[in-house]
Every structure is written in C-alpha cells, then in structure tokens.
Write a protein that binds this ligand. Structure first.
Ligand code: SF4
Length: 260
C-alpha cells in the first residue's frame, strides 16, 4: 500500500519539523486560533453557495457561515476551554479578535458572492455525474506515495471552455509557490483525464482572485519529489525546529522545548 500524505502535511513539515512532530506524531493538543475557525466557516459558506448552483442568497450563505462558526467554536472550546489563551494576531484580546473575525467572515462571504455574480464567465465545472466540481476528493499516486486531498473548485470559462483550478484562501498571504494548485491540476488529470493550464487563489480578504497562474511552467516531477521526501522525513523522524516567524502562530508552542 502507498504511504499516504497531503498538501497540509507537506506545508506543516516545511514550516517547522518540530511542530509537525508535536502535532502530528505525538498528537499533542494544539491551541485554537480564530483565523482557523474563520477559514473553515468561509470555506463552508462558499462551498454551499457554489454547490447550490449559485442560487443561494447571501443571507443563507451567511447562515452556513454562522452554523460552521458555532460548530468550530464548540470543538475548540471542548479541547481548550480557556479562551483567553487562544492564539490571536497582534495584541488584541481573544474575544475582540473573535468578534472581528466573525463579522469579517460574514462580510467576506457576501463579497465572494458579489464578485462571482458580477462576472459569471467563470463558473464551476459540471462533473460527469452532474454535480458541481466543488470540494472534490482525490487521491493521486506517484513514487510510492499517495497524496490525498480535496480540490476547492474546478472552474470553466463558459465562453472559451478553458479550465482553471481555484483554491480559496482566507489568510492574507499568497503562497510563494502555487504547488497546491499544481496538485489540483494533477488531480484533475487523474480523476477526469482533463488538462488544466491555469489556476488562481481566491483571496477572500481582498474579495477577488490573484492573477491567473500558468501551472504548466513548473517542473511537476520536482514537486512530486517534495512529497516523497516529506514522507521519508516523517518515517525517519528527521524533525528540525524552525524558530522564527512561524512561532507566533504555532498552536503547539506550549509543548515546544525551545519555548520552555
Ligand atoms: S514554537 Fe516555533 S520552533 Fe517551536 S514548534 Fe512551534 S514553530 Fe517550531
């Protein structure tokens, strides 16, 4: 059987090997953060709107956000009841951060819908079974490794028929290398046998996508080797800390030997 991994495992180990070990090998509890809760709720609302064939109105999409938010907050409370110790960006109090993220999330859901309704040329692709190509599960294999994940959206230009993969990002940073989109491209080729040239990140804070990125220019085999190496590093327990910027948003910092 192939060794299994995912895009999030690769990004996690690349960010800090020690955090990977604490969270994913030792399975120590991670401190909740409002940005994670907000990100899940925005994804759920955008997904529900796309899966409705874009017929759901803004208020109902915002209701999906609210339900998802409440569920994520309840899970975080159960794991870590002391909210005052949750992670926040900057110097805010946790409660203020949560209020801002709740209101900001509702606004971002409305903005996502508004942007996509204003230019309806790009619409979700229709899968062979008639479903909307949103949150499509995949498992692609190479080099004895299986990468599992969900494709946020496969889009189709209704004028030209050209395909594009979309990843919805609620954070502020655009990834320096769009390898997640390249994995999506591999998944579309594997699942549907279709070639996708373009991809973009829909940055919900900006209310619009990045420029379209040509996914055919990067060396796919080079990126596949990253996944194989990530699995090898994890299997051999080669975890190195990466103290620095990553520590500010690290959920397992309370367990980190460098922070004691
Ligand atoms: S606190 Fe910093 S060095 Fe320690 S596990 Fe987290 S990111 Fe890594």
């Amino acid at each position: 059987m192939s060794r299994r991994t995912s895009v999030s495992r690769l990004t996690s180990i690349a960010r800090c090997g020690t955090a990977y070990e604490l969270e994913r090998v030792q399975r120590l509890p991670s401190t909740p953060a409002g940005w994670t809760i907000q990100g899940v709720a925005i994804h759920d609302a955008a997904d529900a709107w796309e899966k409705s064939g874009r017929t759901m109105d803004v208020l109902n999409a915002q209701e999906v956000f609210k339900r998802s938010w409440r569920a994520e907050i309840a899970k975080a409370d159960a794991k870590h009841p002391e909210r005052s110790k949750w992670l926040v960006g900057g110097r805010k109090k946790v409660q203020n951060d949560l209020v801002d993220r709740y209101n900001g999330g509702l606004e971002q859901v409305a903005n996502y819908i508004e942007y996509n309704k204003a230019d309806d040329t790009l619409r979700p692709f229709t899968m062979p079974d008639g479903s909307v190509a949103a949150e499509v599960g995949f498992e692609i294999e190479f080099g004895g490794v299986a990468v599992l994940g969900y494709l946020d959206l496969l889009m189709e230009n209704t004028r030209t028929g050209e395909l594009l993969v979309r990843d919805i990002k609620s954070g502020s940073k655009v990834p320096a290398v769009p390898f997640q989109l390249i994995v999506y491209r591999m998944a579309v080729a594997d699942v549907l046998g279709l070639d996708v040239q373009w991809g973009h990140f829909f940055m919900t804070r900006d209310g619009k996508p990045t420029r379209d990125i040509d996914l055919t220019t990067l060396d796919v085999e080079y990126i596949q080797r990253w996944f194989v190496r990530q699995v090898e590093l994890a299997e051999r327990g080669l975890f190195l800390p990466n103290p620095g910027d990553a520590c500010r948003t690290c959920g397992v910092a309370p367990h980190c030997p460098l922070m004691k």
